[in-house]
Design a protein around this ligand. Structure first.
Ligand code: ATP
Length: 530
């Protein structure tokens, strides 16, 4: 008789799950892992600074720390808000622990990133994560060395300590040692820093690489985007589970109070009308709501028509000044333009799409079928999976580039930034945005906005070039005509000839609209060429 397999049942912890399936979080090989580690640490550093109104000073160091093996120690220091010492172990040692599970735009979302790097370090080099941190106003600096107990999903503290501050430093320094492939990761890490610097021109970012190269993006503007504020859920984003969570985490007495205090955009009158529609008595204690009543409440909330759009306090767009400063810094383009669209909503989440365009100057040539696309979500550059990203779809399928006088290849780069309290990422590695109809439509509209301006510029430029050509054509005849006429009517007088040239220049300028200096320039070049 053949042997039949025996099913073995057991539960695993989130840490074990992500340790086993680390590829879904971007940790698929040593090259991706070193890129992903830098990214997770830099994004936490930026969240701890700009999202709190602090101008970021970010120092990154990637050093090879083993003669034989490809072990790299990655350290990122920020001048951010720091982490309370009692929170540090969970923040770095418990998978799915975060301060970002609230309705507020941040780069971090999942409570996973840094723990993936810690786990990867643990499994490849066996070295623990080291954290040094202090909050503004704290008198002490705290130090931790810890690892993750994978089975229990718990931090294990190996060493801890603290010392008195002798200067007002605040922020966090995190060091993680992992096995990496610097050679293969280098271009991606450089691209990541370059693209991060474009949207954070208000940050100082400096990186020391294993090749002893210093990559430095100094702060070029002093304007920082308005920090996002936490908001309550919007009625359109509610479901049964969320409603139960709101109820269990607060002490609302009546269902009317639950609606007014638990949600944004609901006042007394709206609450009454919702409850009337749902057939629930406004004074009913929350604890007495039946399952059917909860469901009816959810359905009424979700389908409400005349309700204010989700609050945009929670989102923090870059703004056109920041985008323009960033694009100018890297491309020094001959034309640059940026626009932020008005807020929209999907699934009860507010979102804003903004775009910038750079043309000419040092903008590199694009591919044969599309411009250079710089994709961003909540200020994070997206580097992988370009083909499946909604922005790429819009660029390829929804925009008639000919209409905007653009044919590829061209020295043109577009930047698209989607910001929201919830980005519809396609995976936890945060590399591409899903094709959500509301988002796709806004991306198309914002691109049309910036392309209209590019078209104006290009047609003005084409007109100027056309005029220049006409000027060249007409100006060619001026010296000859002036000389001939001078011979016929003024005995070849040089003085007459010079005056005639001036007269002809001004007539041509009046008739064609070409400025006098331009015609004179052409004459000059003819003279030099003669
Ligand atoms: N440099 C830092 N300064 C302040 N707090 C930090 C820093 N690094 C990490 N944290 C805290 O640790 C938490 C966990 O970080 P982690 O990278 O695991 O997840 P996340 O940033 O919340 O989400 P994601 O997985 O999407 O990156 C953060 O939510 C934050 O509260």
């Amino acid at each position: 008789m053949s042997e039949t397999p025996v099913e073995k049942y057991r539960a695993i912890s989130p840490a074990e799950f992500f340790y086993k399936y680390r590829e879904i979080a971007g940790f698929s090989n040593p090259a991706r892992a070193i890129y992903q580690t830098v990214r997770e640490l830099v994004e936490n550093a930026l969240d701890a600074t700009d999202a709190h109104g602090i101008m970021p000073d970010i120092k990154i160091s990637i050093r090879k720390v083993d003669e034989i093996q490809e072990f790299y120690r990655i350290t990122v220091e920020d001048n951010g808000i720091g982490i309370p010492p009692d929170v540090v172990p969970d923040a770095f040692g418990r998978v799915l622990f975060s301060s970002k599970y609230v309705l507020r735009q941040t780069r971090g979302m999942y409570g996973l990133g840094v723990k993936m790097a810690v786990l990867y370090g643990q499994m490849t080099t066996g070295r623990p994560v080291e954290v040094i941190t202090s909050k503004p106003g704290f008198k002490r600096i705290y130090y931790f060395k810890l690892r993750i107990d994978v089975n229990r999903n718990e931090p294990v503290i190996i060493e801890r300590g603290s010392w008195r501050k002798n200067r007002e430093w605040h922020g966090t320094i995190v060091s993680i040692t992992i096995e990496g492939d610097w050679g293969r990761a280098k271009p991606k890490i450089k691209e990541y820093l370059f693209k991060t610097a474009i949207v954070t021109p208000y940050a100082n970012i400096v990186a020391l690489t294993p090749d002893d190269e210093i990559i430095y993006y100094p702060r070029i503007i002093d304007k920082i985007p308005r920090p996002p504020l936490e908001v309550k859920p919007h009625p359109h984003g509610v479901d049964l589970e969320l409603l139960k969570q709101i109820i269990s985490s607060h002490n609302y007495t009546s269902v009317e109070e639950l609606l007014i205090k638990g949600f944004q955009s609901i006042g007394e009158a709206t609450a009454k009308s919702i409850l009337q529609q749902a057939g629930i008595d406004p004074g009913k204690p929350v604890s007495e709501l039946s399952d059917n009543e909860l469901l009816s409440l959810v359905n009424t909330l979700k389908s409400m028509k005349d309700i204010r759009a989700p609050s945009i306090k929670a989102i923090s767009p870059l703004g056109s000044d920041v985008i323009i400063a960033g694009l100018k810094r890297v491309f020094q383009p001959e034309f640059v333009y940026a626009v932020s669209r008005r807020p929209q909503a999907y699934q009860g989440h507010p979102f804003i799409v903004e775009a910038g365009i750079a043309y000419g100057g040092k903008t590199p040539m694009s591919d044969d079928d599309k411009p250079i696309i710089l994709r961003y979500a909540n200020k994070i550059p997206l580097l992988y999976d370009e083909g499946s990203d909604v922005t790429t779809m819009v660029v390829k399928e929804d925009i008639s580039w000919d209409h905007y006088m653009v044919s590829f290849p061209a020295p043109i780069a577009i930047l698209v930034h989607v910001c929201s309290t919830k980005i519809p990422f396609k995976g936890v590695g945060k590399e591409s945005i899903a094709d959500v109809p509301e988002v796709r439509k806004e991306i198309k509209l914002v691109l049309m906005d910036v392309l209209r301006e590019l078209k104006k510029y290009l047609s003005k430029k084409a007109k100027e070039e056309e005029l220049k050509k006409r000027a060249e054509h007409l100006a060619k005849y001026i010296p000859e005509v002036a000389r001939g006429l001078s011979v016929i009517v003024a005995n070849g007088s040089k003085d007459f000839e010079v005056k005639l040239v001036q007269k002809l220049v001004s007539i041509i300028s009046r008739r064609t609209g070409i400025p006098v200096p331009e015609i004179q320039q052409v004459l000059e070049s003819i003279r030099i060429g003669a």
